[in-house]
Every structure is written in structure tokens, then in C-alpha cells.
Design a protein around this ligand. Sequence first.
Ligand code: ATP
Ligand code: MG
Ligand code: MG
Length: 383
Amino acid sequence: MWNSPKVGILGGGQLGRMLVEAANRLNIQANVLDAENSPAKQISFHDGHVTGSFKEKEAVRQLAKSCDVITAEIEHVDTYALEEVASQVRVEPSWQAIRTIQNKFNQKEHLRKYGIPMSNHRELVQNTPEELAKIGEELGYPLMLKSKTMAYDGRGNFRVNSKSDIPEALEALKERPLYAEQWAYFKMELAVMVIKTKDEVLSYPTVETVQEDSICKTVYAPARNVSEKINEQAQALARKAVAAFDGKGAFGVEMFLLEDNSLMLCEIASRIHNSGHYTIEGCAMSQFEAHIRAIMDLPIPAKSLEIRQPSIMLNIIGGAAPDTHLKAAEAALSIPNASIHLYSKGAAKPGRKMGHVTVTAATMHEAETIIQPLIDVVDDIRA
Ligand code: ATP
Ligand code: MG
Ligand code: MG
């Protein structure tokens, strides 16, 4: 039996909160570094939490003192602080993995060496219209201008349809380090949660993700109308990409399925991921528990990562008013088989993830029928 281990988590948002839920069931104390009363701290009463930011060295040092292993619910952390404490405490995944992954350009340069297929891309060095126009000539339009760092929910992406969009694009992403990606003409977006353990790289089945305004709206597990061959290929690609990084834990791998059924990597997250929330109800072991087990070197039977029932996850995203998300949650109360997760983040802002709902059913068709009224409510709120 393990001996009351303590896990330190950089970040106490919804991902940290769901990690704490999983840790609690295993009698593992999770010490959270974030602001007072952050979502993860609200469900965990003990004196091991640290008040501060995952971007502050001193706070990371303080967290390291009280933990057996440190992990992060977000990739935008101070990896120099993690590098420093790595001599005293285990850091999972490695600070090197987080540092490379948190910069999307460096992430892709690294993965290129391992033969991972991805969109052609070019770095911007000066961020001038002339430089981007030259890249536009090389890669063609449309192209996706992307911030290398601090990107999430599409904030950091700008679609450049033609040369005339260049000034607006550079203005929208000004003062950020940039690179440009060739447009991916995908027919579907797929994702795979990968769990890296001390001696294995495991994966959950391939799911389908649907983004609206670059924010994940729904996840279908397993992916609809995707052959077993593509399911296997996507999992193999995801495992190969994650194997290129050091350290243990959950990694979210986003991919594009192109018209010719080939796969391309979109990006990797060095953490538990929105595309894996369905695993709480859909699988015997959630991505959160798998992450905790992986970083603590506890066994993970591969069978526990299989999908038990087709599942659909719907994000509840902040709308026009601070409380519209609660209307969606209220509507979900009357939906059969719906598991509601509210994150307790306080007032909503448009585009902010406030919660999610997962419906499981005997067939995907049944799950689609059950969840449709709730999708209608969410669409009304966002409209
Ligand atoms: P996340 O919240 O997943 O971290 P992010 O802000 O890091 O998002 P990306 O995952 O790079 O951004 O892109 C968000 C979405 O934008 C993708 O899911 C996809 O729908 C679209 N997208 C990104 N890159 C391209 C591309 N090269 N071609 C076409 N669409 C793209
Ligand atoms: Mg991202
Ligand atoms: Mg993404």
C-alpha cells in the first residue's frame, strides 16, 4: 500500500479540481498552488495548499517543500522554477517536456525530428507585414497565424485569408512571439488522451472534437464514423508524439483527419485535457485518476482505459450574462443519463469554460438524441 503521498498541483482551475476529485478517492492529498478559493481548493480542506501563482518562483519552491511529486494542470507555468525544484522533488511530466510543449513552435520543431506529420509552418522573427507576406507566398492562403506561447481556446490564433488581412492579423497578435501554419483542410478533428507511465505509453480510444470559434464545444467518444483502422492509427500517432517527451502523466493530443484519411498533429498539451473529460463517466478509470496513478507509479490496467458506453461531452461556456451558464446546468438536471460538472469559477465571462455535461448511452445514436435538447439550450445562450 502507498503511504499517504502528497501530490503538488500547479494550478487550481477546473482541471486541478477534477484531479483533486480523483486524488481524494485514493486518499492522496493534493496540495494546490493557486489563488485563495480557486476551484480546486474549494473541494479540498487541509493546510497544505499554497497561495500564489504557478508563475512565481517562490510559490513553486514553497509547494515543492511539502510534496512527494509535483505536476501541473496547465502548461503555462514557470518551468525555470520547476527546473530548480527538480533536484528536491519529482516533477511529472519533466520540466523539459513542459518547457518545450508550452511554446507551440518549439513543440513542433521538436516533434518534426520524430517524423510526426503536421502542417508546414514558418517562424516570424520580426513580426512585420513584409515578413508575413513572404510566408504567405510560400505557404499559400488561408494560413493560421499563431502565438507561440500562452495560447488557449484559440486565443492566440488568427486566420489570415489573404494578403489584405495581414495588418489586422499582426495587430490582433501584437507583441506576441509568432509563427504561421499552412491551412489544414480537415474533415474532422480527433483527439487521443495518452498516459505515459514509468515503463509504458498507454492511450484511450480516439474521440472526435468539435470546436466552435476555436473553443471545444462537444466531444464524441468514440469518434463517429471513424474506421477501426483510423482509430488505431490516431492512437499510434498520439503515443509516438508523446513518447518524444520525458516524464509521466496524461497528455492530450489533438489531430486533424484530412480528406484523404491521413492524420496530422494539431498540438499536444502536457496535461489532462478537455477532450478527456468524458472518461469520468465513459471509462472505468478517468484521465484524472490515470494521471495521478501514472505520476505515483501505481498500476494502470490498460483495460480500464476502454470506453464502457458511448459518451458525448458538452462544454458549458459563459454567455452574454454572468449567469447564463447556470441556465444550461438547470436544463441538464432534467436530461436523462446526464452527469453535470460545474467548476465554481464565479461569474462567467463570454467564452469562459464554466462546466460540462456528459451523457452516456447504450448507442451513440441514443446519446445524440438525449443530449440534443441541451445542445439547443447552449446554442440559444451563446447566440
Ligand atoms: P487549445 O484550447 O486546444 O489549447 P489553442 O488556442 O492552443 O487551443 P489550437 O489547438 O492550435 O489553439 O487551434 C484551435 C483550433 O483552431 C483547432 O482545434 C482547429 O479547429 C483550428 N486550427 C488550428 N490550426 C489550424 C490549421 N493549421 N488549419 C486549420 N485550422 C486550424
Ligand atoms: Mg493549445
Ligand atoms: Mg488546441
